[in-house]
Structures are given as C-alpha cells and as structure tokens.
Write a protein of this length. Structure first.
Length: 388
C-alpha cells in the first residue's frame, strides 16, 4: 500500500515538474518581405521591453518560442505603428496569418482565446473609426456650402450615435470577459489620440469592476497593479470632491460653478442669487437636450420678468458647436457657460450626473427645490412658485 502511494506521488511530482510553460507562435505573412524582422515586446506597467526577434523567411513564415509563467501581454511588432497585441498564456501554441502592413487585423488567429477576443474588439473599434472618418469626408466636401451649419449639426449627431454605440459595446465586452485580462485593455481604447471610448469619471463603475476582478486573479501582474493604483487615485479625488461639495439633493445648496461664458468672462452660479434659477446641463450634440430646449424658451419667456433665470452649462467638445447650438435653438437670452471638455468637464463629478439633459431648479438662496423637471412639469412648478 505504502509503495503504491509513493509511486503516485513520484508521478505527480514528475508531471508538475515537466509542465510546459513555453508558448509557441507560428505565423505566416501573406505578402512577405523575406529577411525583415518581427519583434516580440513584453508589456510592463510603464514600458515595452523587446524580448525576442524573428526573421521572416522566403515563404513569409516566422516563429517564436518563449517561456511564460502566467498570462501576460505581448506585442508582435513590425514597427511602432504596426503591431498586434497578444495575451499569451503558458502552454499555448498559437497560429496566425496576417498581411505584413496590418498585423493588428490578422486574417486568423488560433490557440489564444485572449488574443482572438482582442482582435474581435479591434475590428469593432475600426468600424467606428471608419464611420467617423466618413463623417469628416462629408464635412470636407461641404466646406463653403450654405448648408454647412445644418451639415455639421447632422454630423455631430451621427458621431455621437457612433461613439455611444461603441461605448455600449465596450461595456458589454468588459462584462462578458470580466475575469480575463482583455477587460483591462478595453478600458483604455481610443478612437483618436486622447479620445477615449470610456471616460474615467462617467464610466468609473467599469474601472472599479475590472480592478476588483483582476486584482483578485492577478494581484502580482504589473499592469493590474497599475490599474489598481489609478483607481485608488480616482476614488481619492472623488472623495475629496465629495468632502468639499455639499450633497446634490433637495434642500441642499447647489455646488458653486464658475466657468467662462461665450465671451470668455467667468460667470458664477452664485451670481444669480435672488432669482429662481434652472441649472441645466446640456450639449449641442445631445438630441434629447435639443428637443427640450423649446420648453426652456417657453418657460423663460413666461417667467423671466417675474424673477426666473436659466444658467445653462454645456458639455460640448468645441466652442463652435456650442455657439451654433445656442444660435440654432434661440437660447441667446439667458446665461451660458462651458469649459468645452465634454464628459471631462469639472461639473460632472461635482454634480454626479451620468446623462444629459439633467437639471436642478434652485430657489432664490441657491438651494435645490427639484430636479429633472421637463416640459409641462417645469412650467407647472414655475406656475406654483410664482403664484405665491
């Protein structure tokens, strides 16, 4: 009996000791330039380190073998602009075919589920980028046209639809792959330099989700540690803002806003004390906001002489779009301010809203009476206030 158990233990030790942590990448370029090199870079938290290189042979084939202790990100790279991000795990044997000028969009990948998931996301991202590029082409064709303003308005609306669709797709992608490192990559995707699909403030919940999941699964992996540090910093900043700002709820004083108006002069929300004020957050690219604007015009024309004011804060991305939205919707009579920072505007964490339009009705002392009054609800509330 004892001898049998000893044999089993020896067998288990042998199997464990011989576990294959090597990964193999066997690929083929469909339009090869024989003699050129491909490089394998390992992704660390703050840098890329080239760990291997392979020469492309006459029929376009190349191969890499590397020891990998745990799932890690690598770049298969021809140059700084042409690379494929790969998620490599111990024991994988990966095959891929690609064109030499577009490694990021391989014809096929086998043997690496993580890499295949990232390739699928890249294709979806590329579709949105192509859609946005098409809008730019339409804009260029209409330069000098008398219909340019209407064209820009339509293009802005379409661009926002495309970006919202990609934002929704990315969130579902993260939810579906929350236990995979590919969710980490999805947090930082861009449609253009500096134009992120997810926003640290608006989409903080997803940064928290990924951090919570991956910190348990891969606590020692540098990119996961880097994400955790970033999330802790974001939470610290948010807590500091919460301590400095009163709670945004009925009966509390509305947090101060001090932003430039269209002329560049800084206007403070507190400058409206003594009036009943509708604090409204909107943007020219927001269709629901634009549909609500006629109701604001009606309310302003009816009650302004009785002491009603509108303080409208825009989340536009450009000053031209902001000003055109004001002009187009006949909003010139009341107060407008914006820092032109889209969802990175300082007002988003200050008032903690996730959608627009959002509004707050303030009394003469700047305290919140009600929120998100639209259409006839706003007019009924104002009628009640000014009847007194």
């Amino acid at each position: 009996m004892n001898k049998s158990w000893i044999c089993i233990l020896v067998l288990l030790v042998t199997i464990t000791g011989c576990k294959n942590n090597n990964i193999e990448i066997n690929g083929k370029l469909l339009d090869p330039t024989p003699g050129k090199y491909l490089y394998l870079d390992e992704l660390k938290s703050t840098e890329l380190i080239t760990v291997d290189s392979a020469i492309i042979n006459e029929d376009g084939r190349f191969s890499f073998i590397r020891k990998v202790e745990y799932p890690s990100f690598y770049l298969l790279k021809a140059d700084e602009k042409n690379y494929l991000t790969m998620l490599l795990e111990p024991g994988q044997k990966i095959g891929l075919n690609a064109y030499s000028d577009s490694l990021n969009y391989p014809v096929f990948v086998t043997g690496s589920e993580g890499t295949s998931l990232m390739v699928a996301y890249n294709k979806r991202l590329r579709r949105t980028v192509d859609q946005l590029s098409g809008l730019r082409s339409v804009y260029m064709l209409n330069l000098g046209s008398p219909q340019l303003v209407a064209v820009i308005e339509r293009l802005d609306s379409l661009a926002q639809i495309y970006l919202n669709d990609l934002n929704t797709y990315t969130k579902k992608y993260i939810d579906d792959n929350l236990n995979s490192l590919v969710s980490l990559v999805a947090l930082y995707q861009q449609v253009a330099p500096g134009e992120y699909v997810l926003h640290h403030q608006k989409d903080l919940k997803y940064f928290l989700k990924v951090d919570s999941s991956l910190s348990k699964l891969y606590p020692d992996y540098e990119p996961v540690q880097s994400l955790h540090a970033q999330v802790q910093s974001l939470l610290s900043d948010l807590n500091a803002q919460n301590l400095m700002s009163p709670l945004v709820s009925a009966g509390s004083e509305a947090p101060e806003i001090a932003l430039p108006d269209p002329q560049g002069d800084t206007i403070r929300l507190s400058s409206t004390r003594g009036k009943v004020v509708l604090l409204d957050f909107w943007a020219s690219w927001c269709n629901p906001c634009r549909k609500e604007n006629p109701n604001l015009v009606k309310a302003y024309n009816t009650y302004h002489d009785k002491g009603f004011e509108i303080f409208q804060v825009s989340l536009d991305k450009t000053k031209d779009a902001w000003l055109e939205g004001i002009r187009k919707d006949n909003l010139e009579k009341w107060i407008h301010v914006s820092d032109i920072k889209y969802w990175n505007s300082i007002v988003v964490p200050l008032y903690k809203f996730e959608v627009i339009p959002t509004n707050y009705l303030l009394d003469k002392d700047g305290r919140i009476i009600a929120s998100n009054l639209r259409g006839e609800d706003l007019n009924r509330k104002l009628a009640e206030i000014f009847a007194d």
